[in-house]
Write a protein that binds this ligand. Sequence first.
Ligand code: XIL
Length: 355
Amino acid sequence: MMKLDRREFILGSAATLAAGTSASALPVSKLVQRHPGYGAAATLLDLQADPRLGEAISTYCTQVVPVQELKWPMLRPDAHTFAFEHADAIHDFAQKNDLTMRGHTLVWYYDIPDWTKQLKDSKAVERAYVDHINTVVSYYKDKLTSWDVVNEPIPDNPKSVKDRRDTFWTQHLGDRWIPLAYRTAAAADPSVKLAINEYDIESAKDSFIAKRAAYRNLIMDLLDQGVPLHAVGLQSHLHAELEIDTHGLADFVTEVRSWGLEVFVTELDVNDEKLTGSPSERDAIVAKRVDDLLTAISTSGPVRSILTWGISDRYSWMNGLVKRPDKQPNRPLPLDGEFKPKPFMDVIGKFTKDV
Ligand code: XIL
């Protein structure tokens, strides 16, 4: 067999996949470090640019999720095109490295391409919406473990538990936009798990507690309508200066599980922009927040899926988004900028060992 260069090994060559070669040839020494149910988000560009990233994911993870490649702007350059090749390349990487892949995200208020806004009326918007969900879920049928169907449906600072985010989709489809998305996805792939996903519900702060209550209300409402919803995602973009609401969060997770739903941690990272102190002092507080989060969630059962939003501080969205006053890079992820594990990774290990 032709020797693959490093990049082909990491990303998987199309020819190997077409021949149906499976990836189970990974050395056992590699698989032993993996944390069951732990995964990371990555972009194709970063995977292609730095082999250490794919190496780190295949060392520690059992799953992967694309950051951008399944969102509308990358997948849908225009009304007629489905550009699957970027997400397919990540799926090839997953197969080559014995990882499962989850899908993120079918419907999001953010990141809607301009062409959808130029559609001529609400009927055309509904056709594009259903066509998108149906085509994408059908294309990835049997290839993904779960989908974030609707992402971030609750506004910040909701005024009541009935508050929902006012989106482009709401403007055209009314309240039906959420049930319609789930029903369309379930019809396209009856076996993939369908999740809902939300942020800023984990900490002990009034606005977070209000957001959690509205999230709870929406989930109940969807179940009452018989909507095919299987899992509740806690994005867990944590703020290092805020305590986790351990009791409130544990109660929420226990209740959601009692309704027959799974709970996934989907986008964990810890923004340390407001922390002072040395890197190791900051890392200790970050690890404590993650420990508190996972302790609360696991009071009613093991957390079977924990994904971090990136794996190394070198490739975190935080470093483009927030600037620490001391100009030091943020340290939000389990591996540092040189891919060395931090206490955060030990916490992941602690909560995944019995999964
Ligand atoms: C973020 C990406 O990390 C950024 O690179 C991009 O510019 C915007 O989206 N919640 C989500 C993710 O559900 O899709 C977001 O990802 C982070 C917040």
